[in-house]
Structures are given as C-alpha cells and as structure tokens.
Write a protein that binds this ligand. Sequence first.
Ligand SMILES: *[C@@H]1O[C@H](CO)[C@@H](O)[C@H](O)[C@H]1NC(C)=O
Length: 441
Amino acid sequence: MTSSLWLSLSLSLVLLNQFPVNAAPNLVCFYDSRGYERQGLAQFTMTDMQLALQFCTHLIYGYAGVNADNFELQSINKRLDFEQRHLAQVAQLKESYPHIKFLLSVGGDADTNEGNQYIHLLESGQQGHKRFIESARDIVRRFNFDGLDLAFQLPRNKPRKVHGDVGSAWKSFKKFFTGDFIVDQDSETHKAQMTGLIRDLSAAFQQNNLLVSLTVLPNVNSSWYYDAPSIANSLDFINLGTFDFLTPERNPEEADFSAPLYEAFGQNRLGHYNVNFQMEHWLLQRVPANKLNIGIATYGRAWKMTKDSGDSGDPVVHSTEGPATAGAQSKKAGLLNWAEICQLMPNPSNRNAQGPNAPVKRVLDPTKRYGSYAFRPADDNGDHGLWISYDDPDSASSKAQYARVKNLGGVALFDITQDDFRGQCTNDRFPMLRAIKYRLL
Ligand SMILES: *[C@@H]1O[C@H](CO)[C@@H](O)[C@H](O)[C@H]1NC(C)=O
C-alpha cells in the first residue's frame, strides 16, 4: 500500500472519529389522544398505535396543559388520562418497545385559555417556574415517561393577506395593523424568561435522566420567543411546526400552499412561510442540525372556493370563503385527514358523484418544492367549491429526503391519528408514516 493511501485512510479514520456517523434518523410520532376519543372510522385504538410504533423512534403523548392559577402542569382530560388510565396504558407500551422514547407534551393547541397561561408562566419568576418544573417532573416520573416536550401556546404571527393592496392611505394603514408585525411588545423579555425556564427545566430533568424537547407550534415566530444559541444545549431535540403557514381560519379570503418546502415566489408571498426558511433560521444560529426535526402534518387544509375564485385552481386562489365543511371523520371545519383527501381523488366509486362527493382535480408538483393541491370549482349555484393544500406520502417523502440531505435529526409527524391508519385509501395502513420511514432509512 502506498503511503498516500495510508495517509488518506488514517485521515478518514480520524474524520470518522470526529464526526461520528449519525444514529438512525428520528421519526418522532406525535399522538394526539383526542384521536382515541373519535368515533367510527376515525377512532384510533391501541392496536393501531402498536402498528404505528414499529416506525417511530419517539412517541409524544399529547397533550397536557398548564394550570392558569398556579402554573403546574396538569391533565386537560382527566377522564381519559387518569380515570380511563390512558396515560398509564400508553406508557406501558414501553415494555414492548424498549428502544422508543416516550415523552409527554404540554400545550400543542389543545390547552384552553388561548395560551395566556403560557405567557403568564414565563412571567411568573423563579417561583412559578419551579412549580411548573416540579409538577412536570412528578407527572413524567409517575407515569414512567422518558421526558417532557414543550409545545407552548404563544402568541402567533398575525396573518397577512397574501396580496397586499397598494392603494389608499387607509388601506396601507389597515395593512400595517393587520400585518405580520408586532403581536407581543414584550417578546424580548419573554424570550429571556423562556431561556431561563428551559435551562432550569433541563437541569432538573437531567438529574433524573429525563429528556426535554421543544416543539415550536405553527406560526409561533421562533425569532421572538426562542434564543436558539442559548437553549440548544439544554434541549435533546427540537421539532419545528413547519406546516399550517396558511390556513382557512387565518386566511379565509385566499388559499395557498399551507406547508411548502421552499418559498413559492411571486404574488407578494411572505418569505418565511416555508419549511426551508424555518429550518435555516435555526441552522444559521449554529444549532446542531441533528437536533432539528421537520414537522409534517398528516392532514390538509381545505378552503371553500366561490364562483369568484374562478376555476383554474392556481394558487394564490382569491375570493375563497373560509374553511370548507368538516370531513365526516375529521369533524373539524377546514381540515381533512389524509384518508379523507385521498378518497376525494378521482376513483371508480366517485366517478359520477355530484355535490360534496364529486371528485376533486389533483395537481401534482413535479418540482417537489411546494406540495400538491386538489380542487373543485364551485358549481353553477356557487356550491361545493373546494381547494385543499396537503402533504401526501410522496411530498412527505420529499421532506424526509430534505431532512436526510441536510443531516437533520429527522421528521416529526403531527400526528399518527390523522394518517390513513386503516388503509381506507390504498389498503396500505399508515401510508404517510411509512413513506417517511422508508425515506429516512
Ligand atoms: C418573525 O417575524 C418577522 C416579522 O414578520 C419576520 O421577518 C421573521 O422572518 C420571522 N421569523 C421567523 C423565524 O419566521
């Protein structure tokens, strides 16, 4: 062997030692326990959970809340969590899946009071922080979870109309105050308080070998609340809620891609409403890539198209009328789970269907940058118009690929109860979860 070959061989060994090959990427499975309480086809059982778990590296149980009076972590569904022993039942799965980490998540938009208690908790000083930390540690240990996930409900970016009108002074005045500007005058203070809380929490949890993760909810502006370099060391991983950038509730009058991977140019869109921007925001502050997980939603966002929206379906779609009717399974206006979206696609059984069951037209994204959408223009009476932005197994797989290429920690899926867990669409159970897993392997 020549000496130069030796040299490069030993050099690569040194490099390998310095940069250990990443462990298998994360697939963080969020489990919203409300799925367990849904009825009919939407009911998610423990058997479904077990099938999902074979793909997950982490299972995050959602959600606990914060008591507005004393800042203790508390159950927000005592009947399910305690009386029906669901927390214990889920934690028990650890025995069969010892390689999976189980965390309890607090917040996640499931807590009431629109989250004021989270701001108050931040402001509550050492005393309040201590009560939160100790109560959280108690409950995590009592139920034998491996750690806590902080999915705090903090003030959101104000939605802005995609098409900013330029015109009268009144219009620009209005635009300023409905714009994506200041929603929290004290965000700098809150950010510093957040750093303190996370550091103390992490120190306390480390004593018991417990994990702490952070989940940034959609439209919570990371620049305002999270001092990335100061908190990264205290966190085991960070899930970015990189979806729901636009929703029919926030943006009732126009529809656009709700979770694009990259910035869609033109039409005065906001540059930070995409996965890549959000990820770069953390990476540029030198947060280790392998701590960051991309959030992917298993549901799509559905707007009502009107006659005035036209029939091309090209986003940005104007003159929409807020959230489309709830799905039979999702039971939530403007939201359809992947199984529901999939069944609206043209197929033999809906070929001649009319009205709300008429098939939608599917528009794929060959660039894999923005995601797919599907739509059905309003009929002559102005009814049954629908425009849906969603991730399907293919686009979810592109996002997982992005996570691979950037050496990120992996993917966080929100959530497993809204995937097509029965295989209603193609007989493939958990198609989103599977597609992501296979791309992360
Ligand atoms: C936070 O909001 C500001 C102002 O709208 C924006 O410029 C910035 O990019 C946002 N930060 C992130 C991480 O989205």
